[in-house]
Design a protein around this ligand. Structure first.
Ligand SMILES: [Zn+2]
Length: 388
């Protein structure tokens, strides 16, 4: 759908145009108002048709539908969200067809309405049908123009056409963040104390996670600045150790899993000072609750990034899949598999990847890529040599 402002302006222009035109043709105020009223109602119908077009396309193309919202004139964006697997076959073509589904529904309806005018005898009906056809055609075309809105159908399908590899990579990154978020939720679940009133560090952590999980916050720079404020809070002497532990393990897992992804998928190993920073945060959690799986996962992730696979493995020898949350166990199995790869134990790594059960397909792919690499990829970048 186009932006709301564009819709309102288009609406007003249409109403004015329609009233003037209807008065001119019918020479009757009642007839003119009826024709214009029907044209306005047709906008609502076309918005619903537009989303139904996307929905039918998604179903025909076997794209998994995540959510549907049809809310014309409420100020909220009507949209059909799909979430295909990044490895799905012929994905660019299917996504282009999906984005075409909405505008094509409007354009087809406009054609039918236009053709129907030939079968009416009264000026008012013909005018109403023409108005509705015009609304449908405009809505369809407006959505096809890439324009300024990054969320218009035209912009999205153009992205799939012009840069399919980058768009697929962005989709994969979105799936990966979903897996990171699931891991964080599994850790929250085992955190123990609920967030108490006046417990500022935990409230700050909850707000941080909620904001980023919902994707409400702005740029990556905002995200990092906010994470740095939280890290400082965790390190402060005045912060309750339990709250510091919660922040430490959440930040370690959020950033650590992404450092792993960057090193393996993007071939961009993290700088060593970031690894040191992560290790300090992980230590905050591990120091307080050394036996808790979430703390061990965070600490082993820090060890892995720091090329200490033996320490990483030793922390994850005891994973109780029947006791701990499955999402956390799967991540623990996969981290353990990565540690085994670095130690050269490929059979053990294979068994652990199987034990993880594919519940985290993106992280599993990271582990499989490390398993297949020879030599295993570096996870942090070596500091540049300094001349003595
Ligand atoms: Zn659309």
């Amino acid at each position: 759908m186009p932006s709301r402002r564009r819709l309102v302006v288009a609406c007003l222009l249409l109403v004015l145009e329609a009233v003037a035109f209807a008065l001119f043709v019918t020479e009757s105020l009642t007839g003119a108002l009826a024709a214009v009223g029907l044209t306005c109602v047709s906008l609502w119908v076309h918005v619903v048709l537009h989303e139904c077009g996307h929905l039918v396309a998604a179903k025909l193309l076997r794209l998994p539908v995540l959510a549907v919202r049809i809310a014309p004139f409420t100020g909220r964006r009507s949209e059909v969200w799909v979430r295909p697997a990044p490895t799905a076959t012929a994905l660019p073509l299917r996504m282009v067809m999906f984005y075409l589904g909405g505008p094509m529904a409007n354009l087809c309806a406009a054609a039918v309405l236009g053709a129907a005018t030939a079968f009416t005898s009264t000026a008012v009906t013909r005018l109403a049908l023409l108005g509705a056809a015009l609304v449908g055609a405009l809505l369809g075309l407006a959505n096809l123009i890439p324009g300024t809105s990054p969320r218009s159908d035209g912009r999205k399908l153009l992205r799939w056409l012009s840069a399919p590899t980058a768009t697929r990579a962005a989709l994969r990154a979105g799936h990966y963040q979903d897996e990171v978020s699931r891991t964080l939720r599994a850790m929250d679940h085992r955190l123990g104390d609920p967030v108490r009133d006046g417990d500022d560090p935990l409230l700050a952590l909850a707000a941080f996670q909620r904001r980023w999980r919902m994707g409400h916050a702005g740029s990556a720079a905002d995200f990092i600045a906010e994470a740095e404020r939280l890290a400082a809070l965790a390190r402060a002497d005045s912060t309750d150790p339990m709250a510091a532990a919660a922040i430490g393990q959440a930040l370690t897992v959020q950033f650590g899993l992404w450092y792993l992804y960057d090193a393996v998928v993007n071939g961009a190993p993290v700088e060593h000072r970031e690894v040191v920073e992560i290790a300090k945060l992980a230590q905050l959690a591990h120091h307080v609750q050394p036996h808790r799986l979430s703390a061990r996962v965070a600490m082993s992730l820090a060890h892995l990034l720091n090329h200490r696979p033996e320490q990483a493995r030793s922390l994850l020898l005891d994973i109780r899949a029947d006791v701990d949350p499955p999402d956390l166990c799967h991540v623990a199995f996969l981290l353990s598999a990565i540690a085994e790869c670095h130690l050269g134990n490929h059979a053990a790594a294979d068994a652990l990847i199987r034990a993880a059960g594919g519940g985290h397909p993106q992280l599993t792919q990271v582990a499989v890529a490390i398993r297949a690499a020879d030599p295993v990829p570096r996870l942090f970048a070596l500091a540049p040599m300094v001349d003595a």
